[in-house]
Structures are given as C-alpha cells and as structure tokens.
Ligand binder design. Structure first.
Ligand code: CA
Length: 575
C-alpha cells in the first residue's frame, strides 16, 4: 500500500441515485465522471434516508440509533469521529459544510472547521439582507440567521458578500484549509455540501445551461437515464424499470410545464456547480502534486426528496423566480422519481429510492484497477473501518469520558486494492421515519409506514415483486433479526408499527403561526397547555399549520397523531 494518502470525503444533500453523468444523468458532471472512470462506482452503497442520521453514521461508523442521532439533530454521543480516528494516524483534519447536529465538529476531531449547524438555509444568502437585494427567503430562521461556526467562533449573523453561493463558499474555505496544511502532512477533508437540498437555488449562469431541457417531460428524461444506466453498467440490465410515479406531463398546463422545467433546471444547475467545485479541488491537488495519492469519495446523504409545500408561510412571501434569492422552491412530487431512477420511493423511506446513493471512490496510487463497478452491499457505517485500515489509525473503547460503541461496518479496502470483495455476512439495518429495513445477502425485508415486504435483491433490485407470502420463512427470519436489532439499539418508539416522525416545526412569529411537515400522514394535531388542558385540536381536515393568535402567551405542547397513536411531540413557546 502507498504511504498514507490524503483523504477527501464529499457528501451532498438529497441527491438521487441517477443525478450524476456517470450514473446515467444528462446533468454535466465531467469531473465526477473522471473520478469514476479512474476509480470505482458502487451500485449498492447505502445511507439512512435522512440527512442528520446519515451524517452521524458516516462520521462515526455507528448506526444513528447508537450515537444519539436517530430522532432529531442532537449531540453525537458514545462515538468518535473520522477526524478523531485519523488524528491518531497523524492526519490534519478539516471540515467545511453542513454539520446538522448540535455537536460542533471543531470539538469533535477536526482541526479546522467552517460549519453550518442547521439542516437547510438560503444558498445565496444565509445571513442578513444585503443592500440592493431582496430579503433572503428561508423556512428555518425566526428573525435570526443561520448559525455558522468558524473553528470555535460562532457567527449568529453571518455577513456574506454579493455573489455568495453555498457550494462555492464551502469549497473555497476547504481549499484555504488545504493550502495552509504542509504538503508533508496527510490531510483529511470532509466537505459536506447543502446542495441540491431545498431551497432550489443556483447561479444564473449555471441555470442557463439547463433551462428548457426539461420541457422533454418526466417520462422522456427518466427513460433516457434508464438507457444510459444500462449502458454504463450501474444497473442490472436484466431488470425492468419500476413504474413511473409522476404527474402526467401532458396533463400539465403550459405555465405548469414552464415551472416544472425551471424547478429541475435549477436542481441540475446545483449539481453542475458541485461538479465544478470538485474540479477546483482536483486542480488544487494537482498543483500540490497530490492527486495520485489522494483518496476521494463522493456520496449523497439520502435520496431525492418529495417534502415541502411552497404555499407554506416563510419568513417573507414566496415571490420572485424559481432559483432566486427570494423564492423557496422544492423539487415537487414528480421530479424526485426521475432523480431516483430506477428505484421506488424517496427520502425518508427505506426502499432503494430513499437509501441507495451513488458512491464513487478514486485513489490512483492505491487502486490498480480503474473504472470498476462494485455491486455488493455497503453502507455509511463502512467508511470508518475502511479509513482506519488505510490510515493505520486507532479506534478506542472509551474517549472524552464516554464509552465508545464498537465500529459496526466492514472495510471496503479490498474493493479498492483488488477490485473485488467477499460476501457480507452481517445484516445491515435501517430505521427512519416512514421506513425500516434489514438486508442479509440478496434478501431485503422492508417496511413502508408499517407495511412489510420481502424482496430478492439479486433478481429484483427495483423492489417490485413482494415475496413475503411465498417465502414466509425467509421473511420471518429477517424480521426477527430486525426486531432484535431495534430492541438492542434501544429505540423504543421505533417498536411501534406506525410511522414515526421527528416533528419539524417552522414558526412564523410575525403571523403567530406554526407549520409542520408530513401532513399526509397525520389524522390529529393536539395542542395542550402545561396543565394538560387541550387548547387547540385539529381532526379530520388536517391543515399544515396552526394559528396561535387566539392563545395566551406561554408554553404549549404540540402533539401529532396517526392511527390514534402519538407519533411526535414538541414544546413550543408563544411570546
Ligand atoms: Ca439530505
């Protein structure tokens, strides 16, 4: 093995399986394609279907249920980070991008950080309004601005210059960190973009490359991707494409078609910009003479996303054009199915559309085989053992006064070194929101909102032929493994067969309203005061907000119910 490589781990946000050129997309990603052509593409690499659990899992090598990150963005516990481990091997450790926990990475194994702690924010301006520009729209900020940390300095109001764009900014900060690292020191950079997560916003010159391209409609783009994927070998060509799950393009009005085209053009521009920034990183490595002995990995934290309602009330009215600083656009209900081609379902689900990520690994000095494709099952828990094996770092049993849970994954270094690997013996598990799943060999048992199915993934990667009844023995075997695992990791609420959500509240103090997500799955919303008295109740005709104007100031508890079971609860304060 060559001397310790530099390591760059690039994570993007809500990017579906077919969103890169080297995975079949029409989006121009020449830099990522070149990494894939000289490296390895994995076709069954998995995340957790949601941002913060995926990020925790990737960072720690543990399931999110084992490190305090399976319910809400919280403190990461009973774990060390990739940064902690790589420090023991002499690495300088750098982080730039979206963290999405309450644990700043500056105190969690990283020497230099530029970190956005939240889940999403305006890509063009996460801080105060700039002179001559509209107020930046957002859903999360409540009269405040998104919090950024630069090393140990917290910026509540992050002042950004005109022309700011999240993807460019995170990369530029990362490049400064790299250039301040002596070339004889191996470095680890974790670069975590917030693109292409909503709000869909991009730079005009990037949007212009794609505007009009998506008037071809959902079917045309999806089937073109499917053909490309078969030619590239990133899907099994013997499988059939799953049923399309989009609106009927021909039933849309011209105005709706133009809006849908804009939505997808902006999302593609966001992905294109990520690729341009990967190109900037490659240039930096070339200038330092380090491209050959740098391991670059690329992944997404979950599949494409159908969440969001543009009629919600944001901090300012949703006006302007899709893609601009004052319009909060979501991917909508149809394009995510195209982005997840050929798989079914979405972010928050344990079907492959939610959990299967494109995953590229590139390391010229360490990989004798170029352009290979690996079809075995991997998961974010596998990155920690892989980097430990490559770096010679140590993984402790206790650290920072806490017991550290043992690593859960297995190294994929054999794929890099030999182009092949052995069968995976241990089961892999998922549990988040709508979904739960367990995978053993070719078999996957998966539930969606409590309804289980069984699939043979070697014959049916699209999860279209449910074998739960015809092979009840196999199903029961897998289900028992899952039940045992979830009981072991101690996530009690997940034992319910109903779905469970982390309640996301989007308060609008100017109007005294509070919005929430997942409206389709709720049948009752109850607001009680601290004495348990119900002060507000919504049943049957569920709205996606409550109006607090008629309530006295004070603390309330808001609870969401599904099938008569409380699935989420949170305290709110009316001031
Ligand atoms: Ca995400």
């Amino acid at each position: 093995m060559p001397e310790k490589p530099n390591i760059i781990l690039i994570l993007c946000d809500d990017l579906g399986y077919s969103q890169l050129g080297c995975y079949g997309s029409e989006i121009e990603t020449p830099n990522l394609d070149s990494l894939a052509n000289y490296g390895v593409r994995f076709t069954q690499f998995h995340n957790t279907a949601k941002s913060f659990p995926s990020r925790a899992c990737l960072l720690t090598g543990l399931y999110a249920q084992q490190c305090g990150m399976s319910e809400n963005p919280a403190a990461i516990v009973n774990s060390i980070s990739l940064g902690d481990m790589l420090r023991t091997a002499g690495y300088t450790t750098l982080f730039s991008g979206k963290n999405h926990s309450t644990t700043p990475l500056y105190g969690f194994g990283f020497d230099r950080t530029c970190e956005f702690l939240g889940g999403s924010t305006n890509h063009l301006n996460p801080g105060p309004q700039r002179a001559g520009e509209p107020y930046p729209i957002d859903k999360g900020r409540v009269g405040n601005y998104s919090t950024f940390n630069f090393d140990n300095v917290t910026n509540k109001a992050f002042i950004t210059p005109a022309g700011y764009y999240s993807t460019n900014f995170y990369t530029d900060e990362a490049i400064k960190f790299i250039n301040n690292t002596p070339t004889q020191n191996p470095f680890f950079l974790y670069l975590a973009y917030q693109a292409p997560h909503d709000p869909l916003q991009a730079l005009e010159q990037d949007i212009a490359k794609y505007r009009g391209k998506y008037l071809a409609g959902y079917t045309g783009i999806r089937e073109a991707r499917w053909q490309n994927m078969k030619e590239l070998g990133v899907v099994d060509p013997s499988m059939t494409l799953s049923a399309q799950n989009t609106a009927n393009w021909s039933s849309l009005s011209l105005d709706e078609k133009v809006k849908e085209d804009a939505r997808m053009a902006v999302m593609s521009a966001m992905v294109d910009c990520i690729d341009q920034n990967v190109g900037k990183l490659i240039q930096v490595l070339k200038q330092r003479g380090q491209l050959e002995n740098t391991l670059i990995m690329f992944a997404s934290d979950n599949g494409a996303c159908t969440e969001g309602n543009e009629n919600n009330t944001f901090n300012v009215p949703n006006i302007g054009a899709i893609g601009s600083i004052n319009y909060y656009a979501y991917p909508g209900d149809s394009w995510p199915n195209v982005c997840n081609t050929p798989y079914r379902y979405f972010k928050n689900d344990s079907y492959e559309g939610g959990i299967c990520t494109p995953f590229i690994a590139f390391w010229p000095a360490g990989m004798p085989n170029k352009g290979i494709i690996n079809n075995n099952t991997y998961h974010f828990i596998d990155v920690m053992p892989t980097l430990k094996e490559i770096s010679g770092g140590t993984y402790p049993t206790s650290f920072r006064g806490q017991n550290i849970v043992p690593m859960q994954g297995r190294s994929f270094l054999p794929v890099l070194q030999n182009g092949m690997d052995s069968a995976r013996l241990k089961p892999v598990f998922w549990q988040w929101a709508n979904g739960t799943a367990v995978r053993v060999g070719d078999w996957k048992a998966v539930s969606l909102k409590g309804t289980w199915a069984l699939f043979n993934m070697s014959l049916d990667r699209n999860e279209t032929k449910d074998l739960k009844t015809t092979n009840a023995i196999k199903f029961n075997e897998l289900k028992a493994l899952y039940d045992n695992w979830i009981a072991t990791v101690g996530n009690k609420t997940a034992l319910n067969t109903t779905s469970k959500y982390a309640l996301k509240l989007f308060p609008n103090p100017s109007k005294n309203t509070i919005h929430w997500s997942h409206i389709d799955d709720l049948d009752e919303v109850v607001v009680t005061n601290l004495n348990g008295v119900i002060v507000h109740k919504i049943k049957n005709q569920i709205t996606d907000f409550i109006d607090l104007n008629n309530l006295a100031n004070g603390m309330y508890i808001i609870s969401l119910y599904q099938n008569n079971q409380q699935i989420s609860t949170q305290k709110i304060v009316k001031e």
